[in-house]
Design a protein around this ligand. Structure first.
Ligand SMILES: Nc1ncnc2c1ncn2[C@@H]1O[C@H](COP(=O)(O)OP(=O)(O)OP(=O)(O)O)[C@@H](O)[C@H]1O
Ligand SMILES: [Mg+2]
Length: 257
């Protein structure tokens, strides 16, 4: 069974792409077969994994616009077991083009329907609640929501939860919340601590025990085209993403019991 996880939050810069890349890398490191689908016109997951513009296979946009087959768009990465379907600025047009499709909420689900050779597929969503995000959630089993450990963390979260509920009601009743992940946490900062307490009070066991610390190596890694786990395996950020991968697997096993 392939599990599709949308990494999503319409708030920008909360750690969606960083989480997609490093969680996927951690899972690939324990021999899982993992695919990242870059569903953001910014293409940060693609560049963050060092896929050069020249050697790219057809991107997600070509699959939507030219109906290219998904198999043609799967790129290898430097991590064995981790593959990626890229995105670039062309994908911004898809947000508009999708409105003209019949069953416009199901376009990505249809494109992804034959992707059954992976254990995990992570869809890196754009910072918006538009049709790309809706399509990603319709195509997913679960949503993983990174929250930045800062004052406005919870702002906008109710809109996201409402969107998830609407999608459950109308298009994908099996959609579940994979987990809420606190990112860029700073143990020395009392505000960060209060935000964490608040989020845990609100969302209980939906919140991962693991929090991702603010860590400079994590922010440097993408400019080298590498996951943090490859750039500096031992840094606090990398270790936290390994812990997160353990939790994801444990939850998975629990749900299958
Ligand atoms: N734990 C961390 N410590 C330090 N910097 C981080 C951490 N996580 C992410 N960053 C940095 O913060 C910025 C935003 O992270 P990221 O791109 O993952 O967020 P995003 O939610 O995908 O953004 P967008 O909404 O634009 O897609 C990036 O420069 C990233 O390198
Ligand atoms: Mg991103």
């Amino acid at each position: 069974m392939t599990k599709f996880i949308s990494v999503t939050n319409q708030k920008g810069g909360v750690g969606k792409t960083t989480t997609a890349i490093n969680l996927a890398t951690s899972l690939a490191a324990i021999n899982k077969n993992v695919l990242i689908i870059d569903s953001d016109p910014q293409g940060n997951a693609s560049t963050g994994l060092g896929i050069s513009h020249n050697n790219r296979k057809p991107s997600l946009y070509e699959m939507i616009h030219e109906k290219k087959l998904i198999d043609e768009g799967i790129n290898e990465t430097i991590i064995p077991g981790l593959k990626i379907i890229t995105a670039n600025t062309d994908l911004a047009a898809a947000e508009v083009e999708l409105t003209n499709f019949n069953n416009r909420e199901y376009v990505l689900k249809n494109i992804f329907r034959n992707l059954n050779n992976f254990d995990f597929v992570f869809i890196d969503c754009p910072p918006a609640l538009g049709l790309l995000t809706i399509n990603s959630l319709v195509a997913s089993n679960t949503a993983l929501i990174p929250l930045q450990s800062e004052f406005f963390a919870l702002e906008g979260l109710s809109a996201l939860i409402k969107t998830i509920d609407l999608i459950k009601e109308n298009y994908n009743n099996a959609l579940d919340i994979e987990g809420i992940l606190l990112t860029m946490a700073d143990k020395r900062n009392s505000l960060s601590y209060l935000v964490e307490k608040d989020v845990r009070n609100h969302f209980g066991n939906k919140v991962y025990n693991t929090t991702i610390p603010r860590n400079v190596k994590i922010s440097e890694a993408p400019s080298h085209g590498k996951p943090a786990l490859v750039y500096d395996t031992q840094c606090a950020g990398s270790l936290a993403y390994i812990e997160l991968a353990k939790e994801v697997i444990l939850n998975q096993n629990k749900n299958h019991e």
